[in-house]
Structure formats: structure tokens, C-alpha cells
Design a protein around this ligand. Structure first.
Ligand code: NAD
Ligand code: DAU
Length: 351
């Protein structure tokens, strides 16, 4: 179906899980070209073994999607016939402190990819754009985001993603570029950079460091195990209708404070860890995030009813698996924490 699939941001959290899923578990039979410029969030360790295990089916290229000339070269040299676009600056807190790179990568980078794809329109079978539920803004106590919900992004990150969604839609409407878009809720699972809530709380709780809960801790997120996001994206890529958007969610709303307490309890049960103090004593309420969205909740009935997708992992098993993963993969976590993997990147990719 797709012979040469360009995956952008494949060395980040979801991109790496997606590449692993495609190569190790799915019916994908083509070749993946992973284009990633390895920002602090891009980590070659996330794909350890992939080069060796799939030499014919996997190629990494260190490149910046903001560099249009380089993107053009890649499309031509690797005869790209499909795109799954994950690359982005993805952390809301960073976008509040310094929005600049979010505008560049998320808007200009997406524009470059779309525009280069347009210049290869005869050979492009699909451009899938991976986006977020944050484009819809914040919900009150009731209701869900549907594909019809109007866009009301509240952070520089969310507005840059909203902008990229509009560009993708426009390239379908104006140029007939075969586009699909997915808007997904909060992911968690292996290989997530520990600036995001779940891995941050897990690693801090393991080490006995404080667990910073923003504001009153009653903000709600709809958590989805990352593999379920990957199966959704692949299903949309195979069966989705061009020009359509699909919401992806976990049907699993949880208040932040409850989630942190849950992580603490699971770790308290692990008798091998030092420090027998209940880990919830580490919880510390800190200043709220500016513009902090109160609640996200996704209605994914379109994806369920039209393409037959549903999440497979329950939150209870997913969070236990995830905690286990961070406990077992100490090479990964130690390297992340020490920043040593940056040296590794330099050695391996000569940056
Ligand atoms: P991440 O920050 O873990 O990974 C982003 C990857 O993109 C990194 O490997 C990074 O090096 C790469 N990248 C950044 N700028 C680049 C550039 N200019 N050129 C090439 N590569 C670049 O992000 P993630 O959590 O894996 O998210 C992936 C995508 O999914 C993003 O588009 C994000 O908006 C979307 N999304 C994330 C979530 C979530 O919960 N994490 C939920 C819904 C949607
Ligand atoms: O909804 C999808 C989005 O989910 C993605 O588009 C983003 O890329 C991804 O980062 C995530 O955004 P959030 O802002 O929801 O995720 P984060 O992990 O940063 O925070 C989750 C919740 O936890 C949020 O309400 C803020 C809160 N929080 C976060 C951190 C890092 C804390 O209370 N303390 C913290 O230290």
C-alpha cells in the first residue's frame, strides 16, 4: 500500500512507539524513513535495535522539517509516497516560556512538508497529520470534544497545532492533497520524555523527590495508552477518508491529583524500592500553569463507528505497565536524567 513512508518526529515519544508498532506488530510492509532533527525530546535510544533488526525497512535521517530544501531532497531521494507527521514541539509549559520554536516547527515545518508533498502530488497517496485535542480549548464539567467542536486553543502550543491543522485542511481543499488528521488526547507509556506529567511523577516518586501538582490538582485529562494511539493512527492511514478529521481518546477521564495518588500507591506496593514513606507525602501543590485548560474529554465515536477502532488497554493495566517500564529501563531513564544521551547523539550522528 505505502512503499516509502516518511515519519517525521519518529525519535520522539509517540513517533518511536509508532515506528516500533508498524515494524514489529502491524501489517505494514513498506519502508519507513524517519526524519527527526533530535531536539532535546528526540532520543535515538527510543529506537534502539530498529536499525539492526530492520535494515531494509528502516532508515533514520537527521533533518529539520523547517529546512525546505532538505525536505525536498528527502522526498525525491527516497521516493516518498506517504507521510505520517508527528514532528512538533509538544510541551505546553515550554511554549509558555518560549513560543518561538513552536511557531517555527509546528507551523512553518508543517507548511514545508505540505508544500513539498504538494509538489509531489502525483506520487503522494496520503499525508496524515497528527494533532491534539488541545486545539479545542477547555471543557467545563460537562460535554465532550467532537470533530465538530470549534477551535479555541489557549496556549501557544495549542494555537500552533491549530494553525497546522488548518494548513493541512487547506491543502486538501485547495490542492486536493490526500490528507487525514487525527486529534488525540493525552498519551502515556514507554519512552515519554520526563517533563510530561506521568513520567515526571513516576521518576520523581521513585527517587523520593517532590511531586509538583499545578493549582488545585482538579484539572482533568483523558488518558490514552500510547500503543492505542498508534493503532488508531495506522487504522486512519489505512481506512480513513481523505479530508476527514478523527478524534482519538481513551474514554478515561482522571483528575490530576487522583492520578498522582494512584502512581504513589502503585509505587508504595513495590517493596524493592528504598524509602518506605508513603509516596503521597511527596505531593506538593505549586503555582498553576497560566491559561491552564480545566478539562479535556474526547468523543471518539466517529472513529469507532466508521473505522472500528477502540482503545484496548485499560488505564489500570496501562499505568502499571508504564510504571514497570520506567522501573526496568534504568539505562534509558538514567541516560535521560544525566543528559548523557545528548553525548550519545553527538557520537552517533555527528551533531
Ligand atoms: P515529543 O516531543 O516526544 O517528540 C517530538 C519529536 O519531534 C522529537 O523526536 C523531536 O526531535 C522531533 N522534532 C521537533 N522539532 C523538529 C523539527 N523541526 N524537525 C524534525 N523533527 C523535529 O512529542 P510527542 O509527545 O511524541 O508528540 C508527537 C506528536 O503527537 C506531536 O505532533 C504532538 O502535538 C502530538 N500529540 C501528542 C500527544 C501527547 O500526549 N504526547 C497527544 C496528542 C497529540
Ligand atoms: O491533550 C493532548 C496533549 O497532552 C498533547 O497535545 C501535548 O503534547 C501533551 O504534552 C499533553 O499536554 P498536557 O499539558 O495536558 O500534558 P502535561 O503532561 O504537561 O500535563 C498534564 C496535566 O498535568 C496538566 O493538567 C498539567 C498537569 N501537570 C503537569 C506537569 C508537568 C502538573 O500538575 N504538574 C506537572 O509537573
Amino acid at each position: 500500500m505505502y512503499k516509502n513512508l516518511l515519519v517525521t518526529g519518529g525519535s520522539g515519544f509517540i513517533g518511536a512507539n509508532f515506528i516500533r508498532y508498524l515494524l514489529e506488530e502491524s501489517d505494514f510492509s513498506g519502508r519507513i524513513i524517519n526524519v527527526d532533527n533530535l531536539t532535546y525530546a528526540g532520543n535515538p535510544d527510543n529506537l534502539t535495535g530498529t536499525d539492526e533488526n530492520f535494515p531494509e525497512k528502516y532508515k533514520f535521517i537527521k533533518a529539520d522539517i523547517c529546512d525546505k530544501e532538505e525536505v525536498t531532497k528527502i522526498f525525491t531521494e527516497y521516493q516518498i509516497d506517504s507521510v505520517c507527521h508527528f514532528a512538533a514541539e509538544s510541551h505546553v509549559d515550554r511554549s509558555i516560556v518560549k513560543p518561538d520554536t513552536f511557531i517555527q516547527t509546528n507551523i512553518v515545518g508543517t507548511f514545508n512538508l505540505l508544500d513539498v508533498a504538494r509538489s509531489h502530488i502525483d506520487s503522494i497517496k496520503l499525508f496524515h497529520h497528527v494533532s491534539t485535542d488541545e486545539v479545542f480549548g477547555s471543557l467545563g464539567a460537562e460535554g465532550f470534544f467532537t470533530e465538530e467542536t470549534s477551535y479555541k486553543p489557549n496556549s501557544p502550543y495549542a494555537s500552533s497545532k491549530a494553525s497546522s491543522d488548518h494548513l493541512a485542511r487547506a491543502y486538501y481543499k485547495t490542492y486536493n492533497l490526500p490528507i487525514t488528521i487525527s486529534n488525540c488526547s493525552n498519551n502515556y507509556g514507554p519512552y515519554q520524555f520526563p517533563e510530561k506529567m506521568i513520567p515526571l511523577m513516576i521518576l520523581n516518586a521513585i527517587e523520593g523527590e517532590s511531586l509538583p501538582v499545578y493549582g488545585d490538582g482538579l484539572h482533568v485529562r483523558d488518558w490514552l495508552y500510547v500503543r492505542d494511539h498508534c493503532t488508531a493512527v495506522w487504522m486512519i492511514m489505512k481506512k480513513g477518508i481523505h479530508g476527514e478529521t478523527y478524534n482519538v481518546g481513551g474514554n478515561n477521564e482522571l483528575e490530576n491529583l487522583k492520578l498522582v495518588k494512584m502512581i504513589c500507591e502503585i509505587l508504595d506496593d513495590n517493596k524493592k524500592l528504598p524509602d518506605n514513606r508513603p509516596r503521597r507525602e511527596l505531593i506538593k501543590f505549586v503555582k498553576d500553569r497560566p491559561g491552564h485548560d480545566r478539562r479535556y474529554a474526547i468523543d471518539f465515536s466517529k472513529l469507532k463507528n466508521t473505522l472500528g477502532w477502540s482503545p484496548e488497554e485499560s488505564f489500570e493495566s496501562g499505568i502499571k505497565k508504564t510504571i514497570q517500564w520506567y522501573l526496568q529501563n534504568t539505562n534509558w531513564t538514567d541516560r535521560i536524567k544525566s543528559g548523557e544521551y545528548l553525548t550519545w547523539v553527538k557520537e552517533h550522528y555527528g551533531t
